[in-house]
Design a protein around this ligand. Structure first.
Ligand code: EPZ
Length: 416
């Protein structure tokens, strides 16, 4: 499976069940070590980032095995507090294990997580949150040595609503004596899912989804089963694909509310969208209009992870759309690849202007990062001819089997 080959020009029709959310299951997998027992995760997506997390869990002494569609973790025999460089480098978000290891053992030894394709990925807010809880963090030569001793609950004010820092603070606070209050917490739905998991194993966490999260640490935990929430960015990907290609699709296992800024943009572009209890349907004639400026922001604003994807859907729209990427420094790496297909996009720092063109042309392109790769798939569906997408390992970090899903919706796509 080294390339995804897509023949453009087909309308999309059909029904697809959306996979579990990568950005929920990764912190949940770290959270499993807080309970010295067994947890069963239903609806866990089979992603390379999940496999990387499984390798870390096994390195720490846990059992982590697939049982059919379920991922079963047993953290009873956790016996290490270090995550070596090779495992840390496999997945940048492995820093999320820091808070969980500290909560369980009081010690943690991780190598500094690498940067990534989106630009520098500092963890200063993670570390300042842990220091507030009394953790002694020594940063020496690319290594983080953390000694928590007896963490004490405190008020932690985040200078910006970082998703990862919020999650690390919540996890560490589960091991702190007394109450921790996280102020200016990120409000993403994935953090609500983490709270749901922690409460399922017996932790006392409340307020996730709001800017203030409260944790009462050192609770007795117990075995539990948990179903991972659906992936709102994967849902946004296939809605954008149908919007651009034209057609009528229904996505199942989607929480419509978590997608509202994306569906609002697609509606403004000319799609008909209806939301059910846990479904969302979209109908499009494939002739889209440009939309008002799209400015990415922390939830509930427009998700930065959907920026490239919506951009790809609008490449042939009437008019021009302005994108402002406020979250990451370097999140337009997909633009050069889209230009190879005939897109008209101009960039000035964090602003991109997409001017609709009459045609796109299939071309050999490379996935530059996870969501940039997804954007290439969306663009390929509306291009004339064949598009060959390589470096698909980026895409497989967050999409279980994009060819399977696109074919389910009627696209002409295959692996090669
Ligand atoms: C999470 O990354 C997601 N990853 C990202 O999804 C998502 O794009 C991002 O949140 C924003 O929604 C996972 O959940 C695994 P942040 P995270 O901390 O936690 C700066 C995808 O495509 N910052 O909210 O790393 C940071 O540089 C991925 O699925 C600091 O300055 O995001 C960035 O500019 C990509 N210091 C901004 O905050 C810190 O200590 C937001 O980062 C932490 C972050």
């Amino acid at each position: 499976m080294s390339q995804i080959i897509i023949q453009g020009g087909r309308r999309l029709e059909g029904t697809l069940t959306v996979q579990g959310a990568k950005n929920s299951v990764l912190p949940v997998l770290a959270a499993t070590i807080i309970h010295p027992g067994r947890t069963v995760l239903h609806g866990c997506p089979r992603l390379s980032d999940v496999e990387a997390s499984i390798r870390i869990l096994r390195h720490l002494g846990c059992r982590a095995d697939w049982e059919g569609e379920d991922l079963v973790v047993d953290a009873a025999h956790l016996n290490r507090w270090d995550v070596p460089d090779d495992l840390m480098r496999e997945m940048r978000s492995s820093v999320i294990f820091l808070g969980a290891i500290l909560a369980r053992l009081g010690w943690a030894d991780l190598s500094y997580p690498g940067g990534c394709e989106l630009g520098p990925r500092p963890i200063d807010l993670h570390l300042s949150a842990l220091r507030r809880l009394g953790v002694c963090v020594r940063e020496t030569g690319g290594n983080l040595s953390c000694e928590a001793g007896r963490m004490a609950g405190r008020e932690i004010a985040l200078s910006l609503p970082s998703v990862g820092a919020t999650e690390n603070a919540i996890l560490a606070a589960c091991g702190a004596e007394g109450e921790t209050l996280i102020i200016n917490a990120a409000r993403e739905p994935e953090i609500m899912d983490l709270q749901r998991f922690l409460r399922a194993i017996g932790c006392q966490v409340k307020g996730a989804g709001s800017s203030t999260v409260c944790i009462l640490g050192r609770q007795r935990t117990h075995d539990a089963e948990f179903t991972v929430m659906p992936d709102r960015i994967v849902a946004a990907t296939y809605l954008s694909a149908a919007a651009a290609a034209g057609g009528e699709v229904e996505l199942q296992r989607v929480d419509y509310r978590h997608l509202s800024t994306v569906t609002a943009a697609l509606h403004e572009a000319g799609c008909q969208i209806t939301g059910g209890r846990d479904t969302v349907s979209l109908r499009s004639d494939g002739r889209l209009r440009s939309v008002r400026a799209v400015r990415t922001a922390p939830y509930p604003g427009f998700p930065t992870d959907a920026q490239a994807i919506l951009m790809a859907a609008l490449l042939k729209s009437q008019g021009a759309t302005v994108f402002v990427e406020t979250i990451f420094e370097n999140r337009y790496r997909h633009v050069d690849e889209l230009r190879r297909m005939g897109a008209d996009i101009s960039i000035a720092d964090r602003v991109a202007v997409v001017t609709g063109v009459s045609s796109l042309f299939g071309a050999p392109v490379r996935a530059t990062d996870l969501r940039g790769g997804a954007a290439l798939m969306v663009a390929a569906l509306t291009a004339q001819g064949e598009t060959r997408i390589s470096d698909v390992h980026h895409i497989l970090r967050g999409y279980e089997d994009p060819v399977r899903d696109l074919r389910t919706l009627g696209a002409e796509a295959r692996w090669e």
